[in-house]
Structure formats: C-alpha cells, structure tokens
Design a protein around this ligand. Structure first.
Ligand SMILES: [Zn+2]
Length: 357
C-alpha cells in the first residue's frame, strides 16, 4: 500500500513538472527576449557574444554570407554585343567579387590570429609543378618590399594563390605595370590589389623631402621614388592644414591612387579587362600594427578609369595588337608564356604615345 502511494505521488509530481514545462515553453513563444536571455544565461560565452558581438567575428560571418551568395550566382560578365562568346580569357576563374571576398576573409583570419595556412603542403606543390598557375592564382597584388608586409601571410594564402609584385613604396612604373599585365592577361587573375601600408618608409622619406627635409639617397633611389612625389603633393593640396609627418597617412592613400592611375594610363589591357568586367583593380592599405587591410572605395577605381579614358595622354595600342592581346592564353609552360609575352609586348613598347622621361 505504502509503495503504491509513493508511486502515485511520483507520477503526480511528474505530471505537474510536464505541465509546468509546457506552460514555460508556450510563454517563451510570446516573450522571445526573456527566453533568449534565460538560454544565454546558461552559457556565459554565448551570452557575451550575443550582447557584445566581436566586430571582426560579425564581419567575417557577413563576408562568408556574401561569399556564399556570390558563389551561388554566376555573376561573371556575359559576352556583350559585338563580342564573341567565350572571349573572356578569365571565364574559367572565380569572379572579381569572389576573389576580393577571398582576400578579405584571408586577411580577417590573419588579423585575428586564426590563419589556416592553406595551399602550403606537398599536394599543392605537386599541383604547382604539374598545372598552370593561370588555372589557380586568383589575385595580383602590388605591394611594398617592406618586411612588415608579407603578402601571402597577410591574406592567409599559399602556393599558386597570389601573383605578387613587390617594390619599395609600391610604385607603379614600367616594370611593375608589365608584371601586373602579366598577372592579369597571362596568369588570369580576376583582381589586382594596389596595396599601400602604414608607416611606409618610402612615402615618409618623400613626404619629408617635399617639405624641405631631404635625406641623402643612394644613386638609384631618386628614380625609384619619383613616382611618389606627385602623390605627396596631391595629399598636401587636399589637406592644406595638415603639416609635417601628419601628412604621411594621406600621402600613403594618395600613393595608392597615383599607382592606380599610372597603371590605367599605361596599360590598355588592364583598362580593357576592367571596363569589360573581366577583372577589377582595388586600392587597399595594410596596417602593420593591427594586421588589418582597409579596402578603399571601388567607386574611386571607376572614377580614375573614367578620367584616364578621357585623357589624351593615355597609352593606346593599335587595333591589331589589341585583338591579339585579348586572346585567351592558357600556356602551361613558363617558357611558352615568356615567348608570347615578348611577341605581344615588344610591338606595344614601340607604339606608346607618351613615355615618362
Ligand atoms: Zn613601404
């Protein structure tokens, strides 16, 4: 009898518990806030994330979402009228938007100390030795030689990912422009990044020289940094109240835009690829202290392109060489690619309307 009584009490207690839980749950549906707080209360980390979301975590999640959306829709440019189907030599690659998103994601991983070090194993090296980089590399980056700006590391990229051009002050003169053209037209990278960086020694030296504090420079350095001078002067013109070393950050950004303008002025191929939507050129500034890359306005890229297209001084190529240039090049051997480059680029060199003295 005593045993049965206990059973009845236990069952009754359980029924009451179930009723109470059902009541709580139905109440939760009407009051999501209190329900949510109760759930987060059990897990301090989840609660902290919900209340104080880490800006970078949120940004990474957003970028992942954007990347997924972009990747699910093939937004590569379709052939325009008068253009043959399949003329886009970069048709087999990811679109410029996806390439930029990949770089952004890699940089966020790097800055957060969460690099995954992709494409650095033996398998990737075997692929590099047996396949064309034109089928894999997704970005061309013009960056400074500065040891604090290791390009692959800051984008958390590996072998056969980035076609890199590095030169002190990330200036864009004939050799750099030639390298970028190679990166776009032969390595078929859908994006070109002109990457400046904070505390750039070259920009600092020129900023000080322009303001009357000249440094003694070795034989070949003046010719290297003469490309930076217009950028510093432009930065000073745009910021007349900023004096001394305070002008350096503005000069660093202006130096990115100057390099981009030089590239468009002297590279009809790059202009052509960007206007057709095959490739994109973006400006960016890397912060050597935080590891973050700040991406500059893509609208400004098109502003500069429009300005250059309207300029009488831009370098143009003859119709024949232009046609030859835009043909897809998927040469798998470096030697074959070099021979082609010589064949295609030599006539161009004779034709420029302007040349920098
Ligand atoms: Zn630098």
């Amino acid at each position: 009898m005593e045993e049965n009584k206990n059973k009845i009490i236990t069952v009754g207690y359980l029924v009451l518990m179930v009723a109470f839980i059902i009541m709580l749950n139905s109440g939760g549906k009407h009051s999501d806030n209190s329900h949510g707080k109760a759930a987060h209360g059990d897990d301090p980390t989840a609660y902290k994330e919900a209340v104080e979301p880490d800006a970078q975590t949120a940004k990474l999640a957003y970028l992942n979402q954007v990347l997924e959306t972009i990747a699910s829709t093939d937004n590569r440019p379709k052939a325009k009228s008068g253009e043959e189907e399949g003329e886009n030599p970069l048709a087999g690659k990811i679109s410029p938007d996806v390439a930029i998103a990949k770089l952004q994601q890699g940089n966020i991983r790097f800055a957060k100390g969460e690099s995954t070090h992709p494409n650095l194993d033996a398998e990737r090296r075997l692929l590099a030795a047996t396949e064309s980089q034109a089928d894999h590399a997704f970005a061309t980056v013009l960056a400074c030689s500065d040891s604090r700006v290791p390009v692959e590391a800051i984008f958390d990229a590996g072998v056969m990912d980035i076609f890199t051009v590095r030169v002190a002050g990330n200036v864009c003169d004939v050799d750099e422009i030639g390298s970028i053209e190679y990166g776009v037209a032969h390595v078929n990278t859908p994006v070109v990044v002109i990457l400046g960086h904070t505390q750039c020694g070259a920009v600092t030296a020129v900023s000080q020289a322009v303001q009357g504090h000249a440094h003694k420079l070795e034989t070949n350095i003046p010719k290297l940094i003469d490309n930076i001078e217009p950028a510093v002067k432009k930065a000073m013109e745009l910021n007349p109240d900023v004096k001394g070393d305070n002008i350096i950050p503005a000069a660093i950004e202006e130096n990115v835009w100057t390099a981009m303008e030089e590239l468009f002025m002297k590279s009809p191929t790059t202009r052509d690829f960007v206007s057709k939507g095959y490739a994109m050129v973006v400006g960016a500034v890397y912060d050597i202290g935080t590891g973050n890359v700040t991406w500059l306005s893509e609208d400004k890229t098109f502003e500069i392109l429009t300005k250059v297209e309207a300029s009488k001084d831009k370098v143009v190529i003859g119709a024949d060489s232009a046609k030859e240039e835009s043909e897809p090049t998927k040469a798998t051997e470096e030697k074959a690619q070099e021979e082609e480059t010589e064949e295609q680029e030599a006539p161009q060199a004779e034709e420029p309307k302007v040349d920098k003295a």
